[in-house]
Design a protein around this ligand. Structure first.
Ligand code: C5P
Length: 248
């Protein structure tokens, strides 16, 4: 683990390890952690995670485990043995699964355990189709409450949900938010409707997400597709330090 105070987690959404490594070698572990998701992990495996860690990066292993309690617990133990900084499960796996997850990962150890509440790709109608009659927002609240009761370290949430969840769960509950777009990325002004927002619809600037209570910002393309990734990252981290008035 490094003593990184930056809230940025760069999403390594690449098909191949070589492309991810080429990007990572331009970055600095003091400015960002990195996220490895299902595609890259399925192709490149634990060895690639170890390689990132050898380069000094904290790794968020974003595999969103969702299975019977025993299986999830086993997978989480393997992730903790790999030494990842953060790993996640689906809160909708239920209380028994979340409790087994908590037991599998030592809360005083160095691996943070968080949960996805409702995927931001799902709206209230999608939930209704799978038998959930509450609104997406109520379901997020309900699942975050369950996650907190099971003593997990926090949740993945939309930055639009950060203020509500921060109020409900206090300062020690980690809020990890994707859907973040720098106000200036690669020199282009980003708005909710601009092409620079890519396919993210409900975006917020990093400064506003931090003000709303997010602890960590998952940012992919604005960094990975920048002509100068390290400069983009440096500007981003500096703007967050400025916005926080020197607080990290
Ligand atoms: O490139 P971009 O900044 O949109 O990447 C965001 C990252 O966060 C991607 O890895 C994406 O899969 C992930 N993510 C997301 N929305 C969620 C959960 C995860 O964009 N609700």
């Amino acid at each position: 683990m490094n003593n990184n105070q930056s809230p940025v987690i760069t999403a390594l959404d690449f098909k191949h390890a070589d492309d991810a490594l080429a990007l990572v070698q331009q970055l600095s572990p003091s400015l960002t952690r990195v996220k490895v998701g299902k595609e890259l992990f399925t192709r490149a495996g634990p060895q690639f995670v170890e390689q990132l860690q050898t380069l000094g990066f904290d790794v968020f292993l974003d595999l969103k485990f969702h299975d019977i309690p025993n299986t999830v617990a086993g997978a989480l133990k393997a992730a903790a043995e790999l030494g990842v900084w953060m790993v996640n499960v689906h809160a909708s796996g239920g209380r028994a699964m979340l409790e087994a997850a908590r037991e599998a990962i030592d809360p005083s150890g160095s691996t943070q355990l968080i949960a996805v509440t409702v995927l931001t790709s799902m709206d209230t109608e999608d939930l209704r189709q799978v038998g959930v009659e509450s609104s997406a927002q109520d379901q997020v609240k309900r699942l975050a409450q369950l996650v907190a009761e099971c003593a997990l370290d926090g949740v993945v949430c939309s930055p639009r949900e950060s203020a509500m969840l921060r109020r409900a769960h206090g300062p020690d509950f980690s809020l990890v938010t994707p859907g973040v777009r720098p106000a200036v990325a690669s020199g282009a002004k980003v708005t909710e409707t601009s092409g620079t927002a890519s396919d993210q619809k409900r975006i917020m600037t990093p400064q506003d997400a931090i003000k709303a209570g997010s602890d960590y910002l998952v940012i992919g393309r604005p960094i990975t597709q920048s002509a100068d990734p390290i400069k983009t990252l440096e500007q981003l981290v500096q703007s967050l330090t400025d916005a926080a008035g020197g607080h990290s």
